[in-house]
Design a protein around this ligand. Sequence first.
Ligand code: 26Y
Length: 793
Amino acid sequence: MFYSKEEFKENFVKLLEQQEQPASPKTAYSILAGMVREFVQRDWDETTYLYQEEQRKQLYYFSIEFLIGRMLGQNLVNLSLYEMVSEGLDELGYSLAELEEQEPEPGLGNGGLGRLAACFMDSIASLQMPGHGCGIRYKGGLFSQGLSDGFQTEQPTDWINDSVGWDTRREDLALYIPFFGKLQVSEEGPFKPEHKDAKWVKAVPYDMPIVGAYGNTVNTLRLWQAELPEQQLLPDGDIDAYQQQVETISDRLYPDDSTDEGKLLRLKQQYFLCSASLQTIVKNRDFPITVLAKHVAIQINDTHPALAIPELMRILLDEEGMPWEEAWGITTHTISYTNHTILEEAMEKWSSRMLEQLLPRVYMIIQEIDRRFKEKCHQENLEPEALKKLAIIDDGMVKMATLAVVGSYKVNGVAKLHTDILKMREMKELNEHFPHKFHNKTNGITHRRWLMKANPELSDLISSAIGDEWKQDTMKLHKLNEFTQDSVFLGDFKAVKQQKKNQLADYLLDQQTVTIDPESIYDMHIKRFHGYKRQLMNILHIQMLYNRIKEDASYRPHPRTFFFAGKAAKSYQFAKQVIKLINTIAEQINTDPVARHHLHVVFVEDYSVSRAEKMFPAADISEQISTASKEASGTGNMKFMMNGAITLGTFDGATVEIIEQTGEDNAFIFGLSAQQVMQFEKEKTYHAREFIEKDHEISRMVSELLSGSLSKGPENIDFIRRQLIDENDPFFVLKDIQHYARTHNRALAEYEDNLAWQEMSVVNIAQSGIFSSDRTIRQYSDEVWGLEKVHSK
Ligand code: 26Y
């Protein structure tokens, strides 16, 4: 325990002295992390006790990803100890920032969905609500990304082995999960199938404290690890081989699913997560199972944990002996579902055959859910097409999104536009059948990580102007609107932005030996690589700017640094070629004696939460240029806004709501609307080829691209060629690129007017409060989960 700086120093030094001298930063980090861990233990125990004592309704957030980022610094911020510890360490000759860098980063997620889960955990605890995460303790998170000759390379990560655990193994809470085997039903007595010859897997929970700010609430993130079960549950045969098989379940996030074996492994992971989490909830309850829905809410983060629906049914039917109707009533009042995508490729479908083989009883229940639902739909005199859409099992496949909608009491999209598209198009029939189920919950981000932790300089400036109430209620950021004409404040803001730009330049010089001009405009496109996110449009536009500089001696624009960061999925060849293209164009521009004074392209390797924390605060321009209708929400857009970057983007996802907040004057918007995109898609009236022929500039750039001269060989762009030409440019890159170029020119002109730019930035920060995940969580709690704030001291 340490309640003062002196006490902290004393304890720290004591522990340090027990180590070999001089202690490495790694050792110092471990000691500090251990102290913080101990510090939160009492509140953690107390929170757990209070939840049981007061019998409050508890939320369990089921997610296949939790992209939590490093914990040390964030925990100190939430405990309001950051400054004290930082000063104390300074006085002892250590730097807290350096120690923080020692923490291995758990990459237990891939992108937006996993980071959202992490922001939600922070908000729930900080709002003193009883809510916990349930996930998988992958041994290796997402691969770490490198570049070799401009190509993405992938190395496996192993965060657990290097880690000073924030998590605690709870052997006492271990559970067992059955796979495969067959069902045996006795002829006499009530229907009670028995699961014979199952292969058992042991699920051991590791609990991580989620430290809330302002109060003493410490919630739990429970991550399950797959292990070999005890002797009596072992199958005959080669035990080593079985152990290996079992352990692969929690080995890797998103194993390659191009083979049946890979698909089976993913399915095992999903069931492992759902079954272990549900068993733990049911087993450790202190209320009758019949009132489960009054005491427990379960949110499933996309369809990956949708097996929670039939699994809960199985527990209620087979283990609790309930009749179907009652079990169904409880299930459909306990579980709710969030959809994060409308992209066809991300809509999960499992083969019935595989499900039946791996999870015979669960599959039987899915069949029964489907049968009953089909029966209901048939009574409604629907067209055959509508009936097909409403089927859970169709063509030998189980449609997980349909199962999730049918088995939940609420279904939400993650931004207004996305929810509207779900209701009107993707899930039209389901919405008509369940008119009150669908609702919107626009995503949010935790301002404690993305502003207070990532940008303490800006946080202090904000507090010096409007006090620090905004930290508890981000809507108070509105007060900054009074400062948009205050030249002193604007000047101070500019100085902070410059400081963050300098810091990023120093960091990247150190990490990647790139030299960045801190006076240049920082334009950032940082997110997963995907066709619809249109990194391709960005880099092709940069190539157009380069051509113009080469040709027009009078065109010498203000220096701009274009940052790209993000990973491409291992098997996503198109996205990987875009990365290669960015790097080859970068090389050409960055070494050009003239162009390099105006344009600089930087690919930041191995994008992660901690790299993101360094990048968002330094941005001037936030690239949010997805093909309208394709990005469900986006959350990076909110992180940029909160740090005062100006959005340059399309009317898509939550960017629509960002613009609603700032007004179009405080952002740069371009491109087709979602309506237009959907119309083109429906009527098939867009022809990329005509477009290329019509526009001289595009035509030149495309022929350069296709010749392979921009990518060091045509073989490096064949997937890009296929998409742009053979597949008729499905993401409307060539359709939108000129409007995009003009919009960049507008932004550039505006940037020259210093005050106007800073004014826009401050309006963005002032209006960003609504995008705190505290707001999102309050809405979920009020409208879906029904949680109450638990009194803590
Ligand atoms: C299983 C496989 C098909 C799959 C794996 C990962 C499917 C989806 C995903 C991840 C999706 C994801 O991260 N979606 C993003 O969720 C964010 C949080 O709601 C949104 O802001 C973002 O627009 C959306 O792309």
